[in-house]
Every structure is written in structure tokens, then in C-alpha cells.
Design a protein around this ligand. Structure first.
Ligand SMILES: O=C(O)c1ccccc1NCC(=O)[C@H](O)[C@H](O)COP(=O)(O)O
Length: 261
């Protein structure tokens, strides 16, 4: 059983419980459910830097990254740094995140917010909207083609952008459909946790230009971005590199300055 299988098994139990605690009707009645969302894909299309900065306390590959920060300050710092969007991990067991983190980030900044979650049920998409997200992540490795279609179409109805994540050619081919906005290539091998930008390079030519290309994981310096831009990547999801510092906002500011120089 790989790490995604374990996460998904736990997630099914968690989502079933959540559904009993907070019915869909209650989520739909929340103030944020009516909020006008902001498109991350549009921002990335028109950006020269394309940074999506992540809030990530811990992870299966690195264990603890940083438990000493508060998400309000991190979100404000990322916004001041000029990032295009923020990714907020909401999984508790493996990443130390929560839906409260998403809510707090929403209260702190105007950035497009990605709910970084292992989505296996439509309920989580409605939750994402109710807690202030602008974008959802769908992971091809844990979903069937039919699920990707149903979930992405629901997201579009709710005016949420969709980032579809793939790790290989097979996942990419089963996933391409018009209800997606962004195609994310994850550079992290989830069996070994090794990261290689070669994954983004190899898959880039198979992604049609209608989708905004995003490279995810293992980006730790501006050279990585300069290497990936000629392959058509417009978005770069960066977590650990910023979150391991005492001030992720300052770290993102310096990173963007270096990228523009
Ligand atoms: O980060 C992990 O260890 C991980 C393990 C299993 C599933 C997902 C995982 N990470 C989620 C992400 O996609 C990353 O948080 C994101 O791409 C940022 O990566 P990084 O810049 O390397 O922190």
C-alpha cells in the first residue's frame, strides 16, 4: 500500500464523519459560499513569476517542516511578497492542516486560495467553497476518469478553478477534459519520495496549451523555475522551501526578487 492509498483510506472515514456533522445544506448557507471567487489560472496566465506559495506544517516525506508559524501571518506575508496564489493544506493527519487554516488564510488575504486536499467526494468541494477556497485540487492517481469529470464539473458550477495533478503519462491521458483549468505535474515520486524536475520536463509536451501548466514539488531555487519556464510552465507550487524558514513571506519576497533580477 503506498502513501496515497493510506491517505485515501483515512480520508473516506473522515469525510463520512464530516458529512454527518455538517450537512451540505449548512455548508451552502455559509456566508463564504456566496463569495465571488478569484481565478488562479487567469492570474498565472498573466504573470511572469507564477508562484503559488503553500502553507504546509508537516508532510509524509519530511515529517515536521514548521510548527511555529501562524497561518494568518503566513498568508499576509505571501500576499505582500506578490505571489499569485496560496495553497493551504487542509489534511490533518498527514500534513497538520485543517479547514480552519483555510478560513484563517481567507480572513488574512485576497489571494486566490487553493484547498490542497485529497478530494474523493463531492462534499469536499462544497466544503472548499464554504471555507473560502477559489481553487480545488484533483489528484488523478486517486480518481477514476468519471470522478474527475463529475468533480471538476461541480467545481465549475461553483465557480472554482480546478487544478488536476498527475505524476505520469497514463494519469495525464485519462484526465484531459475541458472542465479543468490547470494541469499540475507533481515532481515527487510518491513511492520513493524522490523529487525530479525531469517529470515536469517529460510531461510538458503532452499537455495541450489550453491548460495552464503548473509544476509542483521540489522547487527550491529560482534556477528550477528558469529551467521549467521554457517548457511552458506558468505556475510553480512551492511549499517546504518557504515554510522551513522563520518567515515564509520574507523568503517568498526574496525568491521573487531573485527571479525577476
Ligand atoms: O509532500 C509530501 O511528502 C507529500 C506526500 C504525499 C502526498 C502529497 C505530498 N505533498 C503534497 C504536495 O503536493 C506538496 O505539498 C506541494 O507540491 C509542495 O511541495 P514542496 O515544495 O516540495 O514542499
Amino acid at each position: 500500500m503506498n502513501i496515497l492509498d493510506k491517505i485515501v483510506n483515512d480520508k473516506r472515514i473522515e469525510v463520512d464523519l464530516r458529512k454527518q456533522l455538517i450537512p451540505v445544506k449548512q455548508l451552502e448557507a455559509s456566508v463564504l459560499f456566496e463569495r465571488q471567487t478569484v481565478s488562479l489560472s487567469d492570474k498565472l496566465r498573466h504573470s511572469n513569476t507564477g508562484i503559488i506559495a503553500e502553507h504546509k506544517r508537516r508532510s509524509p516525506s519530511k515529517q515536521v517542516i514548521n510548527h511555529n508559524l501562524n497561518v494568518f501571518d503566513v498568508a499576509k506575508g505571501y500576499q505582500n511578497a506578490g505571489v499569485c496564489g496560496m495553497s493551504v493544506l487542509t489534511d490533518g493527519k498527514y500534513f497538520g492542516g485543517s479547514l480552519d487554516d483555510l478560513l484563517t488564510a481567507r480572513a488574512s488575504c485576497n489571494l486566490p486560495l487553493l484547498r490542497k486536499e485529497f478530494i474523493i467526494d463531492s462534499y469536499q468541494i462544497i466544503e472548499a467553497k464554504a471555507y473560502g477556497a477559489d481553487v480545488i485540487l484533483l489528484i488523478a492517481a486517486i480518481l477514476t476518469k468519471a470522478e474527475i469529470k463529475v468533480f471538476s464539473e461541480l467545481a465549475k458550477q461553483l465557480k472554482l478553478d480546478v487544478l488536476l495533478e498527475v505524476h505520469n503519462e497514463e494519469e495525464l491521458h485519462k484526465s484531459l477534459m475541458p472542465s479543468l483549468d490547470m494541469l499540475g505535474v507533481n515532481n515527487r515520486n510518491l513511492k520513493t519520495f524522490d523529487v525530479s524536475l525531469d517529470t515536469s520536463k517529460q510531461l510538458s509536451k503532452m499537455i495541450p496549451n489550453d491548460f495552464v501548466k503548473v509544476s509542483e514539488s521540489g522547487i527550491s531555487n529560482v534556477e528550477a523555475i528558469k529551467t521549467l519556464q521554457p517548457y511552458g510552465y506558468k505556475g510553480f507550487l512551492i511549499g517546504e522551501n518557504f515554510m522551513k524558514t522563520n518567515n515564509p513571506g520574507d523568503s517568498a519576497t526574496q525568491f521573487i526578487k531573485d527571479l525577476q533580477s
